[in-house]
Design a protein around this ligand. Structure first.
Ligand code: 8NA
Ligand code: MG
Ligand code: MG
Ligand code: MG
Length: 276
């Protein structure tokens, strides 16, 4: 499954770089923009997560915390979430991750979409061991995000990537695995919809709050609509606007786990910053 995980990472990075070309533009996801397309924090953190899996075979949380902090120190200008600057600087000082993450946002912990945005390669990595996927996804979230909705978003995205590798991406089944959360409620609202992505975004959001619940159901709906066509999936995702680098990173990771990126137009492959 390591090749599927790397395919997911390339799809994620492509989505992040493609979507990021509309970063901070409120309207008009329009024609393809000229390159180079740089990826952002979504990809920086996904690279670290996959390297920890390759080295340890599991989410070693201390190694993950150290890896996130190192990547941040090396390149802090990748548009990290506002809370992550404190978190990653504190982890870099050697503060224990459980204390750092629990004190975020007045002790509530972050419900940001940052745990979900990076996790699709993990789902592909464990695709042949489905019971392990949620366990590892939660562990990967906890290092930066203490709120249960952030973990639910990560579990949902990882399961989607695992299911798409095996050919059965089913939003209702994913909702059942994160039952009782806002993420599950959003997934159930959109699971059966057959409509324009912008209408789906109007119902459950497309990341304008940068929360897991207002990001993950929309991105997974787009992936489930185009599970084997990365280009179509990314255009559908971007068309709604919002947190486009992140919605496209999620869709790109989930669809890319199945397709890889080689079928994309040569222009896209030339424009996007590579992942080594
Ligand atoms: P985070 O933990 O900072 O969460 C993201 C944001 O969600 C926070 O900055 C807060 O505004 C809000 N938030 C999270 N938890 C709470 C809470 N408990 N109470 C109140 N507000 C809360 O970082 P993250 O890693 O989860 O964020 C990922 C996002 O940031 C991604 O979109 C990523 O690309 C990046 N980013 C996005 C944009 C954008 O405009 N779309 C800009 C900069 C960074
Ligand atoms: Mg980003
Ligand atoms: Mg984060
Ligand atoms: Mg973003």
């Amino acid at each position: 499954m390591i090749n599927r995980a790397r395919a997911a990472l390339r799809g994620l990075a492509m989505g992040d770089a493609f979507g990021g070309t509309w970063f901070r533009r409120r309207f008009a996801v329009d024609n393809l923009r000229p390159g180079p397309w740089r990826w952002t924090d979504d990809t920086a953190m996904a690279i670290v997560l996959l390297s920890v899996l390759e080295e340890h075979g599991t989410v070693d949380q201390d190694a993950l915390a150290a890896g996130f902090a190192r990547a941040y120190a090396e390149d802090p200008h990748r548009h990290y979430g506002a809370g992550m600057h404190d978190v990653l600087a504190a982890l870099g000082q050697g503060e224990p991750w459980p204390e750092v993450t629990r004190r975020q946002f007045d002790g509530e912990g972050s419900w940001g979409n940052g745990a979900a945005m990076r996790v699709a390669p993990l789902g592909a990595f464990f695709a042949d061991d489905p019971d392990q996927v949620p366990i590892e996804a939660v562990r990967s979230a906890q290092v930066t995000h203490a709120h249960p909705e952030a973990a639910a978003g990560a579990v949902a995205v990882a399961l989607a990537a695992a299911l798409n590798v095996t050919g059965g991406l089913d939003l209702s089944a994913i909702a059942d695995r994160v039952d009782g959360t806002e993420v599950a409620r959003g997934l159930r609202r959109v699971a059966a919809l057959d409509t324009d992505p912008r209408k789906v975004a109007a119902m459950v959001g497309c990341g304008r709050r940068m929360s897991a619940p207002d990001t993950v159901p929309f991105a997974l709906w787009c992936a489930a609509r185009h599970p084997a066509d990365l280009e179509a999936a990314l255009w559908a995702t971007a068309s709604a606007g919002g947190d486009v680098d992140t919605t496209c990173a999620i869709t790109g990771g989930v669809v890319g786990a199945r397709t890889g990126v080689d079928a994309l137009p040569a222009q896209w492959l030339a424009a996007a910053e590579p992942v080594s």
